[in-house]
Write a protein that binds this ligand. Structure first.
Ligand code: MN3
Length: 223
């Protein structure tokens, strides 16, 4: 009886460990071609099934047998410090950043920020247009590869950018906060369609933002 119990406990423990050790890429909520013409199908396909899938596979390999294997992706971001091995920092960031990015995009046209979010945008930026131009400047101004973000910092909205696959959740981020909107400005996110015209890609991105989702993130973050 005792040995059966021990075996049972071991099975339960090992299944928990296995569950936590491997991150799985979530399915997209839309087809690769759904964001056309703003983001083209080929870019979406390569971005999702090669780049993002690659970050997840490499992350799973990098965390195997380490203390970092016990956490979900969001928790992992907050545990990444400057001492974290580069493979975990880069692929951990890449895994979460893209999961977040897919989620704030949508083929549904005509979405707008919720009243609460819109009020906060006007409070913190003056107008939606000033927010948009600040966000665009941050995305254009990120030298080389990286991301621009709209975050909540001390209850206020702020536009920031991060290099490589870093994000504002990481311990060492210059500007820390909870992301509610992001744009990937790595060339792999736009080069096939836009080549050197990053500004055109950023402008097009605003046609496929899932404002329902962003508003939901906002309201969750300020609670
Ligand atoms: Mn990317």
């Amino acid at each position: 009886m005792k040995s059966i119990l021990t075996i049972l406990i071991l099975i339960i423990m090992s299944s928990t460990i296995n569950l936590n050790a491997q991150h799985i890429q979530k399915e997209l909520n839309y087809e690769f071609n759904a964001l056309e013409p703003h983001i083209d199908a080929k870019t979406m396909e390569v971005h999702y099934s090669k780049h993002h899938a690659g970050y997840i596979a490499k992350l799973n390999k990098a965390i195997e047998g380490t203390e970092y294997s016990e956490y979900d992706l969001m928790t992992l971001q907050k545990l990444i410090s400057e001492k974290t091995p580069a493979a975990i920092r880069n692929n951990g960031g890449g895994s979460w950043n893209h999961e977040f990015f897919w989620d704030i995009l949508t083929p549904t046209k005509g979405m707008k920020p919720s009243k609460k979010l819109n009020d906060a945008i006007i409070r913190d930026f003056g107008s939606f247009d000033s927010f948009k131009s600040e966000f665009k400047n941050a995305a254009l101004g990120q030298f080389g590869s990286g991301w621009a973000w709209l975050i909540i910092q001390d209850g206020k909205l702020k536009v920031v950018s991060t290099p490589n696959q870093d994000n504002p959740l990481m311990e060492f981020a210059k500007e820390k906060g909870t992301p509610i909107l992001a744009i990937d400005v790595w060339e792999h996110a736009y080069y096939l369609k836009y080549q050197n015209l990053r500004g055109d890609y950023i402008e097009a991105f605003f046609n496929v933002v899932n404002w329902d989702k962003v508003s939901e993130y906002y309201e969750k973050a300020i609670k």
